[in-house]
Design a protein around this ligand. Structure first.
Ligand SMILES: [Zn+2]
Ligand SMILES: [Zn+2]
Length: 377
């Protein structure tokens, strides 16, 4: 059974066209292969969303669906069929045009006066835990479109005229009939010859072949704030693709991956680590070096320290990303019991075991009392 289309898009049954479109674009953005290469279900989910959108964005289909459900659509001749598309990228081109890239799909916000905001660029960087604690800056390299300097973006060889587009006769739009996939549909599409301008260069600029844009390799330094968590995204305004026809540039999004540090587990602002203490030393008390993000520090293990006891090193955790206090380093004591004893060690231990009294083994706080305190706290 196919899922309910409204449910798929997460919109109420009385949602208007704009809401439906917005919700579909949001879903598509999440499922786009450029940002979601790891999710094997992304393609299926996108197809499901695309099908829902195909129906709900079309008045007559939506009415049929509202009245008769999925079966009504089928008997009415609607058959969603995405088999002809080679990949999810092709599917995206079908919906968003131009190669279906993330930028084609989500740039191109058409603005008043024909200006188009440039597309966003998304990429990921990896830093280690120490860098996440101190904050760092990373340099990223990527390709983005930029205004062509030869023609200043108008696409014409300098000194040559710009004329009315013969394909759309200056309208900037063409009617395109799509026959297969979703039944026959007429779409109003941007004229592919003039890109919606209605005007084209008589002699295209030799640098950009008339596109007005060139690919440009960018190097951008991105400041990563101290306290950042794995998977958080930084936005650098205006460092995406250049806008067209006077539109603003898109943004650069940098997803920060914090690689795991085998010594520490991160618990919000706290770090947790484990230190091994040999049983005799736990009984006698000792001082051990414990790793922190700022290097090893001596930590006192009190006489009689029990397995699992926690020692807090205040302020040795992660800084807060915004407001708040720096976390602690929680050191969990793992009492290790000596193994593979020599004969001499064995004799000594036997002798020692013989001296143990109830008072040696009595805990200051019983295990049940301890549990109660932990559960209550
Ligand atoms: Zn040019
Ligand atoms: Zn045209």
């Amino acid at each position: 059974m196919p899922r309910d289309y409204y449910e798929v898009l997460g919109v109420p049954r009385d949602a208007d066209e704009a809401t439906i479109k917005k919700s579909f674009r949001k879903l598509a953005r999440e499922l786009h292969p450029d940002v979601n290469a790891h999710d094997p279900d992304a393609e299926e989910k996108f197809k499901e969303a695309a099908e829902a959108y195909e129906v709900l964005s079309d008045d007559s289909r939506r009415q049929t669906y509202d009245a008769y459900g999925h079966d009504g659509l089928r008997s009415g001749g609607f058959s969603p069929n995405f088999e002809g598309f080679g990949s999810i990228s092709d599917l995206f081109s079908a919906f968003f045009g131009q190669g279906g890239g993330f930028d084609a799909a989500f740039g191109g916000t058409r603005m008043r006066g024909g200006a188009v905001q440039g597309g966003d660029v998304a990429l990921a960087v990896a830093i280690d835990l120490g860098q996440a604690a101190r904050g760092t800056s990373v340099e990223v390299t990527y390709d983005a479109t930029a205004l062509c300097e030869t023609c200043h973006g108008n696409g014409a060889e300098p000194g040559t005229p710009i004329v009315t587009c013969d394909k759309c006769r200056g309208a900037g739009q063409i009617q395109a009939v799509q026959r297969t996939r979703f039944g026959q549909m007429v779409r109003t599409a941007l004229c592919d010859k003039c890109g919606g301008d209605g005007r084209i260069a008589e002699s295209p600029c030799h640098t950009c072949s008339g596109r007005g844009m060139v690919a440009d390799q960018r190097h951008v330094k991105v400041d990563v704030p101290a306290g950042i968590e794995d998977g958080q995204r930084l936005r650098v305004t205006g460092r995406g693709h250049a806008g067209e026809r006077g539109g603003p540039a898109g943004d650069l999004y940098v997803v920060v991956r914090v690689t795991e540090d085998e010594r520490f587990i991160r618990d919000r602002e706290d770090l947790v680590t484990v230190v091994d203490v040999a049983a005799p030393l736990a009984a006698l008390g000792t001082t051990l070096e414990v790793a922190t993000l700022d290097g090893p520090v001596p930590v006192e293990i009190k006489a009689g320290t029990q397995p699992g006891e926690e020692i807090r090193l205040g302020g040795r955790g992660m800084p807060p990303l915004q407001r708040g206090r720096t976390g602690d380093l929680r050191v969990i004591v793992n009492v290790t019991i000596p193994r593979r004893l020599t004969r001499q060690q064995r004799d000594m231990l036997e002798q020692f075991a013989g001296t143990l009294s109830d008072d040696n083994l009595r805990a200051d706080e019983g295990m049940i009392a301890k549990l109660r305190r932990v559960l209550a706290g």
